[in-house]
Design a protein around this ligand. Structure first.
Ligand code: SF4
Length: 256
Protein backbone atom coordinates (compact mmCIF):
# COMPACT_ATOMS: atom_id res chain seq x y z
CA UNK A 1 0.00 0.00 0.00
CA UNK A 2 1.59 3.34 -1.03
CA UNK A 3 2.23 5.72 1.84
CA UNK A 4 0.59 9.13 2.21
CA UNK A 5 2.39 12.29 3.16
CA UNK A 6 2.00 13.30 6.80
CA UNK A 7 0.03 16.44 7.69
CA UNK A 8 3.21 18.16 8.86
CA UNK A 9 4.97 17.37 5.58
CA UNK A 10 1.96 18.51 3.55
CA UNK A 11 2.11 21.89 5.29
CA UNK A 12 5.87 22.04 4.63
CA UNK A 13 5.27 21.06 0.98
CA UNK A 14 2.90 23.97 0.42
CA UNK A 15 5.10 26.33 2.40
CA UNK A 16 8.00 25.64 0.03
CA UNK A 17 5.85 26.00 -3.10
CA UNK A 18 4.47 29.27 -1.74
CA UNK A 19 7.98 30.61 -1.23
CA UNK A 20 8.92 29.72 -4.82
CA UNK A 21 5.86 31.54 -6.22
CA UNK A 22 4.12 33.70 -3.60
CA UNK A 23 1.35 35.00 -5.90
CA UNK A 24 0.64 32.42 -8.59
CA UNK A 25 -1.95 33.07 -11.31
CA UNK A 26 -3.36 31.34 -14.34
CA UNK A 27 -1.26 31.46 -17.51
CA UNK A 28 -4.41 32.05 -19.57
CA UNK A 29 -5.05 35.60 -20.77
CA UNK A 30 -8.35 37.08 -19.53
CA UNK A 31 -9.64 40.37 -18.20
CA UNK A 32 -12.91 39.55 -16.46
CA UNK A 33 -14.96 36.49 -15.37
CA UNK A 34 -16.53 36.09 -18.83
CA UNK A 35 -13.26 36.09 -20.78
CA UNK A 36 -11.78 33.73 -18.16
CA UNK A 37 -14.73 31.37 -18.56
CA UNK A 38 -14.28 31.36 -22.34
CA UNK A 39 -10.49 30.89 -22.13
CA UNK A 40 -10.84 27.96 -19.69
CA UNK A 41 -13.57 26.36 -21.81
CA UNK A 42 -11.29 26.58 -24.85
CA UNK A 43 -8.30 25.20 -22.95
CA UNK A 44 -9.58 21.62 -22.59
CA UNK A 45 -7.06 19.38 -24.36
CA UNK A 46 -5.16 22.45 -25.59
CA UNK A 47 -2.19 24.41 -24.32
CA UNK A 48 -2.56 27.78 -22.60
CA UNK A 49 -0.16 29.23 -25.17
CA UNK A 50 -2.39 28.02 -28.03
CA UNK A 51 -5.52 29.40 -26.37
CA UNK A 52 -3.87 32.76 -25.67
CA UNK A 53 -2.87 33.03 -29.32
CA UNK A 54 -6.46 32.52 -30.43
CA UNK A 55 -8.08 34.75 -27.79
CA UNK A 56 -5.63 37.58 -28.55
CA UNK A 57 -7.61 38.07 -31.78
CA UNK A 58 -10.98 36.85 -30.52
CA UNK A 59 -11.43 38.99 -27.41
CA UNK A 60 -10.96 42.37 -29.16
CA UNK A 61 -14.06 41.53 -31.25
CA UNK A 62 -16.05 39.43 -28.74
CA UNK A 63 -15.44 39.88 -25.03
CA UNK A 64 -19.06 39.84 -23.80
CA UNK A 65 -21.83 37.25 -24.17
CA UNK A 66 -23.77 39.64 -26.43
CA UNK A 67 -20.83 40.24 -28.78
CA UNK A 68 -20.07 36.51 -28.84
CA UNK A 69 -23.62 35.59 -29.83
CA UNK A 70 -23.55 38.34 -32.48
CA UNK A 71 -20.26 36.97 -33.82
CA UNK A 72 -21.91 33.58 -34.34
CA UNK A 73 -20.63 30.01 -34.40
CA UNK A 74 -19.08 30.12 -37.87
CA UNK A 75 -17.00 33.27 -37.33
CA UNK A 76 -16.02 32.09 -33.84
CA UNK A 77 -14.86 28.81 -35.41
CA UNK A 78 -12.51 30.76 -37.67
CA UNK A 79 -10.87 32.34 -34.60
CA UNK A 80 -10.36 29.10 -32.71
CA UNK A 81 -9.60 26.68 -35.56
CA UNK A 82 -6.06 26.13 -34.27
CA UNK A 83 -7.39 24.72 -30.98
CA UNK A 84 -8.29 21.06 -30.52
CA UNK A 85 -12.02 20.15 -30.64
CA UNK A 86 -12.77 23.64 -31.99
CA UNK A 87 -16.09 22.72 -33.63
CA UNK A 88 -17.61 21.51 -30.37
CA UNK A 89 -16.08 24.35 -28.43
CA UNK A 90 -17.51 26.94 -30.84
CA UNK A 91 -20.97 25.41 -30.42
CA UNK A 92 -20.69 25.41 -26.63
CA UNK A 93 -19.32 28.95 -26.36
CA UNK A 94 -22.23 30.34 -28.36
CA UNK A 95 -24.76 28.29 -26.37
CA UNK A 96 -23.28 29.21 -23.00
CA UNK A 97 -23.14 32.88 -23.96
CA UNK A 98 -26.82 32.78 -24.93
CA UNK A 99 -27.66 31.02 -21.66
CA UNK A 100 -25.74 33.66 -19.68
CA UNK A 101 -27.85 36.36 -21.38
CA UNK A 102 -31.15 34.49 -20.94
CA UNK A 103 -30.72 33.25 -17.39
CA UNK A 104 -28.07 35.40 -15.70
CA UNK A 105 -28.41 38.84 -17.31
CA UNK A 106 -25.08 38.29 -19.08
CA UNK A 107 -23.21 37.89 -15.79
CA UNK A 108 -21.09 34.83 -14.98
CA UNK A 109 -22.56 33.13 -11.87
CA UNK A 110 -20.29 32.66 -8.85
CA UNK A 111 -21.85 29.36 -7.89
CA UNK A 112 -20.16 26.13 -9.00
CA UNK A 113 -23.42 24.26 -9.57
CA UNK A 114 -24.83 27.10 -11.68
CA UNK A 115 -21.62 27.25 -13.70
CA UNK A 116 -21.79 23.52 -14.37
CA UNK A 117 -25.24 23.95 -15.95
CA UNK A 118 -23.65 25.97 -18.77
CA UNK A 119 -22.94 24.01 -21.98
CA UNK A 120 -19.32 22.77 -22.13
CA UNK A 121 -18.60 23.67 -18.51
CA UNK A 122 -17.55 20.74 -16.33
CA UNK A 123 -16.50 20.63 -12.71
CA UNK A 124 -12.87 21.46 -13.51
CA UNK A 125 -13.74 24.59 -15.52
CA UNK A 126 -16.25 25.68 -12.86
CA UNK A 127 -13.62 25.23 -10.15
CA UNK A 128 -11.06 27.31 -12.07
CA UNK A 129 -13.57 30.14 -12.58
CA UNK A 130 -14.65 30.06 -8.92
CA UNK A 131 -11.02 30.12 -7.82
CA UNK A 132 -9.45 32.59 -10.23
CA UNK A 133 -12.33 34.97 -10.94
CA UNK A 134 -14.10 34.90 -7.57
CA UNK A 135 -11.34 34.00 -5.10
CA UNK A 136 -13.02 30.85 -3.82
CA UNK A 137 -10.79 28.14 -2.33
CA UNK A 138 -11.63 25.51 -4.95
CA UNK A 139 -9.08 23.11 -6.42
CA UNK A 140 -9.58 22.18 -10.06
CA UNK A 141 -7.85 18.85 -10.56
CA UNK A 142 -6.37 18.61 -14.04
CA UNK A 143 -3.91 16.06 -15.38
CA UNK A 144 -0.93 17.82 -13.69
CA UNK A 145 -2.55 18.01 -10.26
CA UNK A 146 -3.80 14.43 -10.49
CA UNK A 147 -0.27 13.20 -11.29
CA UNK A 148 1.54 15.32 -8.69
CA UNK A 149 -0.94 14.43 -5.94
CA UNK A 150 -0.67 10.70 -6.55
CA UNK A 151 3.04 10.61 -7.31
CA UNK A 152 4.14 12.53 -4.24
CA UNK A 153 1.68 11.01 -1.76
CA UNK A 154 0.12 14.43 -1.16
CA UNK A 155 -3.43 13.27 -1.96
CA UNK A 156 -3.84 9.90 -3.58
CA UNK A 157 -7.04 9.01 -5.41
CA UNK A 158 -8.19 6.79 -8.25
CA UNK A 159 -9.97 9.57 -10.13
CA UNK A 160 -9.98 13.37 -10.27
CA UNK A 161 -12.94 13.76 -7.93
CA UNK A 162 -11.31 11.57 -5.27
CA UNK A 163 -8.09 13.60 -5.54
CA UNK A 164 -10.01 16.89 -5.39
CA UNK A 165 -11.86 15.82 -2.24
CA UNK A 166 -8.67 14.53 -0.63
CA UNK A 167 -6.81 17.76 -1.45
CA UNK A 168 -9.60 19.83 0.07
CA UNK A 169 -9.34 17.72 3.20
CA UNK A 170 -5.58 17.71 3.67
CA UNK A 171 -4.59 21.15 2.37
CA UNK A 172 -4.12 23.60 5.28
CA UNK A 173 -6.70 26.40 4.99
CA UNK A 174 -4.07 29.11 4.52
CA UNK A 175 -2.89 27.39 1.32
CA UNK A 176 -6.27 26.43 -0.18
CA UNK A 177 -6.71 29.52 -2.33
CA UNK A 178 -3.47 29.10 -4.28
CA UNK A 179 -3.05 25.30 -3.99
CA UNK A 180 -4.51 24.84 -7.48
CA UNK A 181 -1.91 27.02 -9.18
CA UNK A 182 1.06 25.87 -7.12
CA UNK A 183 0.35 22.25 -7.98
CA UNK A 184 -0.32 22.93 -11.68
CA UNK A 185 2.88 24.94 -12.09
CA UNK A 186 4.87 22.34 -10.18
CA UNK A 187 3.50 19.57 -12.41
CA UNK A 188 3.91 21.54 -15.61
CA UNK A 189 7.52 22.60 -15.13
CA UNK A 190 9.21 20.21 -12.65
CA UNK A 191 7.19 17.11 -11.77
CA UNK A 192 6.53 16.52 -15.46
CA UNK A 193 4.45 13.88 -17.20
CA UNK A 194 6.64 13.29 -20.23
CA UNK A 195 9.95 11.62 -19.47
CA UNK A 196 11.14 11.59 -15.89
CA UNK A 197 10.18 14.16 -13.24
CA UNK A 198 13.04 16.60 -12.68
CA UNK A 199 13.67 15.59 -9.08
CA UNK A 200 17.26 16.85 -8.99
CA UNK A 201 16.02 20.47 -9.13
CA UNK A 202 12.78 19.95 -7.21
CA UNK A 203 12.31 22.16 -4.13
CA UNK A 204 10.06 19.59 -2.38
CA UNK A 205 12.14 16.48 -3.07
CA UNK A 206 12.83 15.83 0.63
CA UNK A 207 9.10 15.64 1.36
CA UNK A 208 7.94 13.77 -1.75
CA UNK A 209 7.40 10.01 -1.37
CA UNK A 210 8.10 9.15 -5.01
CA UNK A 211 11.08 6.90 -5.56
CA UNK A 212 13.51 6.63 -7.14
CA UNK A 213 14.28 10.31 -7.52
CA UNK A 214 15.56 11.29 -10.95
CA UNK A 215 19.25 12.28 -10.81
CA UNK A 216 20.63 15.22 -12.79
CA UNK A 217 21.01 14.17 -16.40
CA UNK A 218 18.38 11.44 -16.00
CA UNK A 219 18.70 7.75 -15.30
CA UNK A 220 21.38 5.87 -17.21
CA UNK A 221 19.91 3.98 -20.14
CA UNK A 222 19.54 0.28 -19.39
CA UNK A 223 21.86 -1.90 -21.48
CA UNK A 224 20.17 -4.50 -23.59
CA UNK A 225 21.04 -8.00 -22.46
CA UNK A 226 21.07 -10.91 -24.86
CA UNK A 227 17.90 -12.32 -23.33
CA UNK A 228 16.05 -9.02 -23.59
CA UNK A 229 16.84 -8.58 -27.25
CA UNK A 230 14.13 -9.30 -29.73
CA UNK A 231 14.95 -12.55 -31.48
CA UNK A 232 15.82 -12.13 -35.12
CA UNK A 233 13.14 -13.20 -37.52
CA UNK A 234 13.85 -16.46 -39.23
CA UNK A 235 14.27 -16.18 -42.96
CA UNK A 236 11.16 -17.28 -44.73
CA UNK A 237 11.64 -20.59 -46.48
CA UNK A 238 8.79 -19.85 -48.84
CA UNK A 239 9.86 -19.62 -52.41
CA UNK A 240 9.36 -16.30 -54.17
CA UNK A 241 6.85 -16.49 -57.03
CA UNK A 242 8.39 -16.56 -60.48
CA UNK A 243 8.81 -13.08 -61.91
CA UNK A 244 6.24 -13.54 -64.63
CA UNK A 245 3.39 -13.94 -62.08
CA UNK A 246 4.16 -10.63 -60.27
CA UNK A 247 2.52 -8.49 -62.91
CA UNK A 248 -0.81 -10.27 -62.47
CA UNK A 249 -1.26 -9.16 -58.85
CA UNK A 250 -1.86 -5.45 -58.36
CA UNK A 251 0.15 -4.20 -55.41
CA UNK A 252 -1.81 -2.30 -52.77
CA UNK A 253 -0.81 1.35 -52.47
CA UNK A 254 0.03 2.60 -49.07
CA UNK A 255 -2.10 5.56 -47.95
CA UNK A 256 -0.46 8.94 -48.41
S1 SF4 B 1 10.94 14.89 -6.09
FE1 SF4 B 1 10.49 14.31 -8.20
S2 SF4 B 1 8.60 13.11 -8.11
FE2 SF4 B 1 8.80 14.25 -6.18
S3 SF4 B 1 7.64 16.14 -6.51
FE3 SF4 B 1 9.75 16.56 -7.01
S4 SF4 B 1 9.90 16.21 -9.23
FE4 SF4 B 1 8.01 15.23 -8.49
Amino acid sequence: MPRNMTRANIAAFYEILSQVKPAPDTELTYHDPYTLLIAVTLSAQATDVGVNKATAKLFPVADTPWKMVALGEEKLGEHIRTIGLWRNKAKNVIKLSQMLIDEHGGVVPQDRDELQKLPGVGRKTANVVCNVAFGQPTIAVDTHIFRVSNRTGLARGKDVLAVEQRLEKVTPSEYLLHAHHWLILHGRYICKAMGDPECWRCPVRDLCLYAPKTPEGGFPKAKKTGAAQTPKKKKSMRKKPPLKSVGKTKAKESPA
